[in-house]
Design a protein around this ligand. Structure first.
Ligand code: AMP
Length: 283
């Protein structure tokens, strides 16, 4: 694996690969890597000749400075993991390489209602910062394919909309959620759960599973109301549980109203905010 910290060096290397006709796959991350991240690298390697992973904890997508400060950083272990799955390139830029003109360089794209619901409602500014850094990284790497996790379902929908609005010739591939044995979606934040809360956190995936089972006998609204109560456990603070059209991300009244239906939830478990989702219907 080759490690680049500077944009100019990365671009020179990638240009030589593109000139040979190599397909470039890109997996942006914030590090603290786990098997969920590695699954994206593995999928990229089956689709592309060169897989580029970036590790960059983007300051502009954290609306809470405490959350940014607490975000786990494990670069030594990350490098070992990336080497173990034979990632070709790690891009590890300092902030000034990504934002040479300062942090205040937002992009001009209107996500409309996509960005106002769920994560957008509870983390103001988050998607502006996310879109800004993803667009900047895409402009640097210029990949053929971009690999992102279904774990962040709304993020994938927003990036897809951004690629469409900018007419970017990049294929976005949504990769399945990798889970711990008990069903908890893998997340860099899980290490911050106390042992007791880690055990209880299985309630998120269980509730999504039970929501799936209730589909035949209840409306989306009834299931969401049930789920919010089921998640009101000791130490838990559920923020939302929504059943939405997977394209527009708007809540649906009936399961027949959309071809892609997804249940999405965000819950504080102690002082750790967890998100999870499950596709309930995909035609
Ligand atoms: P992050 O470093 O948390 O920004 O995540 C980087 C990428 O990994 C994003 O596209 C995430 O959706 C994806 N990812 C995170 N957790 C998982 C998981 N458990 N399974 C699959 N992909 C994941």
């Amino acid at each position: 694996m080759i490690l680049f910290k500077r944009v100019i060096d990365l671009q020179e290397y990638l240009r030589s690969k593109k000139d040979q006709g190599d397909q470039i796959g890109f997996v942006p991350t914030m590090g603290a890597l786990h098997q969920g991240h590695l699954s994206l690298m593995k999928i990229s390697k089956t689709h592309c000749d060169i897989t580029v992973c970036s590790i960059f904890v983007n300051p502009t997508q954290f609306n809470d400075p405490g959350d940014l400060a607490k975000y786990p950083r494990t670069i030594g272990a990350d490098i070992d993991l990336l080497t173990s799955v034979e990632v070709d390139v790690l891009f590890l830029p300092p902030v000034e390489e990504v934002y040479p003109e300062g942090l205040d360089t937002s992009i001009d794209v209107d996500f409309g209602e996509l960005a106002n619901v769920m994560e957008g409602a509870f983390r103001p500014g988050h998607f502006d910062g996310m879109a800004q850094v993803v667009w900047r990284l895409l402009s640097i790497v210029e990949p053929d394919k971009l690999f992102m996790g279904q774990k962040d379902f709304q993020q994938v929908a927003i990036v897809q909309e951004m690629l469409k609005q900018f007419e970017a010739p990049i294929e976005l591939i949504r990769c399945p959620i990798v889970r711990e044995e008990d069903g908890l979606a893998m997340s860099s934040r899980n290490v911050r759960l106390s042992p007791e809360n880690r055990g209880a956190a299985v309630a998120l995936s269980r509730t999504l599973e039970q929501a799936n089972e209730k589909m035949s006998g209840a409306s989306p609204k009834e299931i969401c109301a049930w789920a919010m109560e089921a998640l009101a456990l000791p130490n838990f603070k559920p923020e939302y549980f929504e059943i939405v059209d997977g394209v527009t991300l708007q809540a649906i009244d009936a399961f027949e109203d959309a071809d892609l239906v997804v249940a999405c939830t965000a819950v504080w478990v102690g002082d750790v905010r967890l998100i999870d989702n499950r596709i309930l219907k995909e035609n």
